[in-house]
Write a protein that binds this ligand. Structure first.
Ligand code: FDA
Length: 583
């Protein structure tokens, strides 16, 4: 068939999962085509909180500067407010995303990057542009219809939506990054757990300069407790900053068991005025949409040569800001594995570890995000507004927290507790960073992850037990300061050792040559290219100076040796044979 087009990897979808998969594959030099249904990228701001792991990935891809240039900086994201309206009474604040002095150190110690805010309308074009510049064939207005796979590849039927012409793309692998209503996931029958459309939400985007009401308490999120704000939605009414301080997005809930509300311009203006507490405000409504909250995760993420990533495998509300971040991290886990198999460096069984490693992450984040939404109930209970039937009743209940009465005191104490719970949504550092992998692509040394010293959802605990993410430290020399992650680029396996472990280097070179695998050794210590500037690394590495850590392209430690092996070559050969499924 003359109209068959061939490529190594076909990606369906140009959202965070798809466009980042394309970027990673093109950066690795793997031919790929990305098709997407619409003529351009996301047309509404959607996901925005961009966490440390996602920023690290952008740093690894050398696009962090581009992302930061379009992002709202870390310092402006975190004075999160709870109020009766933006102009009305403030109930309290919580410092979020590690901006509080008590948490900032945890975040700084964990990563060279900090959380920022970049709406999807700004992020996707950066990902698509860089992917395309590096080699991706990007086809807009092109729809995935169906696929058939055989032993060597996948035939994918697509339609050019401009001409209506159908054609086939033959790919060695197919990635379905086609979002929460994924057709690819349905076509390979991914096992999905949970329910879709469990609550109703509407998004209203609008322009209004309200700097004087928010500039002194800068945040991306302002939560509003008003009559109706515990119906449907994501926990409470939300006024979300899109651009400081004149572009906004409101998320407001509705009862999904009833007829969907009609949100015309007048209705949208009314909701904006209510949540802002400014009945006369002139607003420009720029868009409205209705969406359903989901609580769904896939327990297996692939079938044969077809993989799904992003919302296709985890569907959940925006609470905890995990959607786009996790989608990007899925693709980061998958892309190097596909490249290694395509290049014959790894056996095809390496690809099975995508599900083994990422399905538990999908489950964890879907549950966490939904629980965070539900935990807003504590705040409503603390304020005594859960059963308030009229606006007046609600106002009286909220007012009671001011009273010098036992009831007032009880309410104030309950508020302190309810607010602390919100750390599980807004400072859940352990959920954001604490991804630990157990699979055949991790060669265990028999050790297990130490018991967490603090709450594992709130606090991230570093370790070098194989399966852990490479700990962060600043290292370098008298001219350069680099992060540990900078030493382990995406196109290499990197062995990290100390001066006494220098003998690993020759061994790794031999084994790398045998396997046709790009490898590098980094010796950290005085007299070498990189020194342990602050003596942090020697405390973090958990192995002797002569020991070694082997780091995968995605920065997870896949093997370690406590000290220099008697026969470093065979130790490494054996490790790679497991990790790369070469037996
Ligand atoms: P995503 O949905 O971004 O992308 C899917 C891609 O697949 C699109 O490019 C689409 O064109 C393409 N596609 C679908 N079917 C196709 C087909 N048959 N053929 C070809 N292409 C196809 N999150 C958050 O944290 N805060 C928020 O406020 C919001 N708000 C929000 C609003 C709305 C309206 C939506 C839809 C989603 C959100 N989200 C959100 C969720 C967030 O957007 C989501 O987690 C990420 O975009 C997931 O990225 P993916 O790349 O997996 O899917």
């Amino acid at each position: 068939d003359s109209s068959v087009i061939e490529t190594d990897v076909l990606i369906v979808g140009s959202g965070p999962a798809g466009s980042s998969a394309a970027l990673f594959l093109s950066t690795l030099g793997i031919p790929n085509i990305m098709i997407t249904k619409y003529r351009w990228t996301a047309n509404t701001p959607r996901a925005h909180i961009t966490n440390q792991r996602a920023m690290e990935i952008f740093r690894d891809m050398d696009i962090d500067d581009q992302v930061l240039a379009d992002a709202t900086e870390h310092g402006l994201v975190g004075d999160t407010v709870f109020c009766t309206s933006i102009a009305g009474e403030e109930i309290g604040r919580i410092r979020t995303w590690g901006t509080g002095a008590d948490r900032e150190a945890d975040y700084q110690l964990a990563s060279p990057c900090l959380t920022v805010d970049i709406p999807q309308t700004y992020l996707e074009p950066i990902l698509v542009k860089n992917a395309t510049m590096r080699g991706t064939q990007t086809q807009f207005s092109t729809e995935y219809v169906s696929h058939e796979q055989d032993a060597d590849g996948v035939n994918v039927s697509v339609v050019d939506r401009l001409t209506g012409q159908a054609y086939t793309i033959r790919a060695k692998y197919l990635i379905g990054a086609d979002g929460a209503r994924s057709k690819v996931a349905a076509d390979i029958d991914l096992p999905l757990v949970g329910s879709m459309d469990i609550a109703g939400s509407m998004n209203i985007t609008f322009k209004a300069d309200i700097a004087e009401l928010v500039g002194h308490r800068p945040s991306v999120l302002y939560w509003v407790i008003q009559p109706g704000s515990n119906v449907g939605g994501i926990g409470a009414g939300l006024v979300r900053m899109v651009r400081p301080w004149n572009e906004w997005l409101i998320v407001w809930g509705f009862d999904i068991t009833q007829e969907p509300p009609v949100v015309d311009n007048a209705a949208a203006i009314q909701i904006v005025r209510n949540l802002l507490g400014m009945p006369e405000l002139e607003v420009e409504i720029t868009g409205t949409s209705l969406w359903g909250n989901n609580e769904v995760y896939a327990t297996h993420l692939q079938k044969g040569r077809v993989f799904c990533a992003g919302d296709a495998i985890h569907r959940h509300p925006p609470s905890n800001g995990l959607g786009s971040n996790t989608s990007i991290q899925d693709s980061y886990n998958l892309a190097w594995k596909i490249a290694a198999v395509l290049r014959g460096q790894a056996g095809p069984a390496l690809l099975d570890t995508y599900s083994t490693e990422r399905a538990p992450v999908a489950e964890r984040i879907v549950k966490r995000a939904n629980q965070s939404g539900r935990e807003f109930a504590d705040l409503f209970v603390a304020l005594g507004v859960t059963d308030a039937e009229t606006e007046q009743e609600m106002i009286e209940q909220i007012e009671e927290r001011k009273a010098n009465t036992p009831e007032g005191a009880a309410k104030r104490a309950a508020l302190v507790k309810a607010m602390a719970i919100k750390n599980y949504e807004f400072n859940a550092h352990g959920v954001e960073l604490g991804q630990f992998y157990t699979s055949t692509a991790i060669a265990s040394d028999g050790s297990t992850l130490p018991e967490p010293e603090r709450d594992p959802d709130l606090y991230y605990q570093v370790s070098t037990v194989p399966g852990s993410h490479l700990p962060h430290a600043w290292v370098g020399d008298h001219r350069h300061k680099v992060a540990m992650m900078d030493l382990a680029p995406y196109d290499h396996f990197t062995l990290i050792t100390g001066v006494a472990g220098s003998a690993w280097e020759a061994a790794l070179e031999t084994v790398g040559r045998e396997l046709g695998l790009p490898v590098k050794t980094v010796v950290i210590g005085p007299g070498h290219e990189v020194t342990d500037l602050y003596f942090d690394w020697s405390r973090l590495r958990e192995v002797e100076e002569s020991g070694a850590l082997l780091v995968r392209p995605d920065k997870h430690i896949c093997w370690r040796s406590n000290e220099l092996a008697d026969d470093p070559e065979s130790a490494l050969r054996e490790a790679f044979s497991t990790i790369l499924s070469r037996q």
